[in-house]
Design a binder for this molecule. Structure first.
Ligand code: PLP
Length: 397
């Protein structure tokens, strides 16, 4: 296999070998159904409990407040739909933002069809939600505020502590989609007054198809899947034992070296941003310069198409993304880049590079060299760029 440079860790991450190792017994000889009575089953049950405890500890939560799901999208769907349904007598209004992941936005659109009213808060040019706009949006009928902890495209960290405080003051539930942030930055559900939090295994070097929803004790919320008594009768179905064990292990590893890893990634990321900005003209950084996820960098290069850039990077075995993975294949610019006010033609020339724990300086250097070469090549073929240069030189005359 060719050596690849993987800089798309916001899309998914490589599973750690020790996570696979922890999972393997539960895919082979430890196959007991956790609900059965014999000891084979008890071992599966205990493995799940261990993962639940580990995850609860990472958030300052109680184990019984962690509910396993089939990933981040399910956790988001559950939080929104089931809180909406269970609190219908109190009201039908939900506040979210324009820059959420589609797992939130499309669920909100569905809820609108079901008669709920949704306010989509705008963000500033760095991608931060406007707190005064949030305060103004609150109504007597507001039942839920859902704001992501960190944006998956531009990496901006949202002021979840302030939002949690406001939600608490108004007796409104606060949900945060922490799929990108969890395992990268410390989050305390107490400090931030979080009532519900979504996370996903494959975004933190764990397995795909497994995640969890944190539900604070006492929150009014319905069951997501009806059936057996699994997950305190709230999410039926025989547990994904190996997946849950893998998630637990990934969480343990992510939190064991969270600070050092973040520091290392932040340094490499800043080096990447500095090199790109100083070596490639007509480029901008999207998102906040410092108040962002340690591993996220997002650029817009004028006069080029992000999709062409991605294809040419792929030829050099570099994996990157232009906006959100989910928007690839559509010609509309990402809703996040539009929300931060980028003109469409600039949004189209965007590139997201997200680092992982294995990313090296050498890989960053190779990537910057490649991006530089490709941007120059693409601009060389661009009529717009030619016109721009002509105007530029005329102005100088
Ligand atoms: C990846 C992602 C999701 C979806 O998680 P899955 O486990 O892939 O379903 C939701 N929200 C954000 C912010 C994400 O980055």
């Amino acid at each position: 296999m060719e050596e690849i440079i993987y800089l798309d860790n916001a899309a998914t991450t490589k599973i750690r070998p020790s996570v696979v190792e922890a999972m393997l017994p539960y895919l082979t000889e430890e196959y007991g159904n956790p609900s059965s009575v014999y000891s084979l089953a008890a071992r599966s049950r205990n493995a799940i409990s261990g993962a639940r405890e580990r995850i609860a500890e990472s958030l300052g939560a109680k184990p019984e407040e962690i509910y396993f799901t089939a990933g981040g999208s399910e956790a988001d769907n559950w939080a929104l739909k089931s809180v909406a349904e269970a609190n219908r007598e109190k009201g039908n209004h939900i506040i979210t933002t324009k820059i959420e992941h589609h797992a939130i936005l499309h669920t909100c659109e569905y809820l609108e069809q079901m008669g709920y009213e949704i306010t989509y808060l705008g963000v500033d040019e760095a991608g931060r939600v406007n707190i005064s706009e949030l305060r103004k949006a609150i109504r007597a009928t507001t039942i839920l505020i859902s704001v992501m902890a960190a944006n998956n495209e531009i990496g901006t960290l949202e002021p979840i502590k302030e939002i949690g405080q406001i939600a608490k003051e108004h007796n409104i539930y606060f949900h945060t989609d922490a799929v990108q942030a969890y395992g990268q930055i410390p989050i305390s559900v107490e400090e931030c007054h979080i009532d519900l939090l979504s996370a996903s295994g494959h975004k933190l070097n764990g397995p795909k198809g497994v995640g969890f929803l944190y539900i604070r004790r006492g929150v009014r919320i319905g069951s997501f899947l009806h059936g057996g008594a699994q997950e305190r009768k709230r999410r039926a179905g025989t547990e994904n034992v190996s997946g849950i064990v893998g998630l637990g292990k990934a969480v343990e590893l992510a939190f064991a070296d969270l600070e050092e890893r973040a520091k290392r990634e932040r340094e490499l990321r800043d080096y990447l941003m500095d090199r790109i900005m100083s070596e490639i003209p007509y480029t901008r950084i999207n998102g906040d310069r410092t108040n962002r996820l340690p591993n996220n960098a997002n650029f817009s290069f004028q006069f080029i198409e992000g999709e062409s850039l991605l294809i040419m990077l792929d030829i050099k075995h570099i994996c990157a993304s232009s906006g959100s993975a989910c928007t690839s294949g559509s010609s509309k610019p990402s809703h996040v880049l539009v929300a931060i006010g980028l003109p469409e033609e600039i949004a189209h020339g965007s590139l997201r590079l997200t680092l992982g724990f294995e990313t090296t300086k050498e890989e960053i250097d190779k990537t910057v060299d490649a991006v530089k070469e490709i941007v120059e090549k693409l601009r060389g073929m661009s009529v717009l760029y030619e016109e721009f240069l002509q105007k530029h030189s005329e102005n100088k005359k």
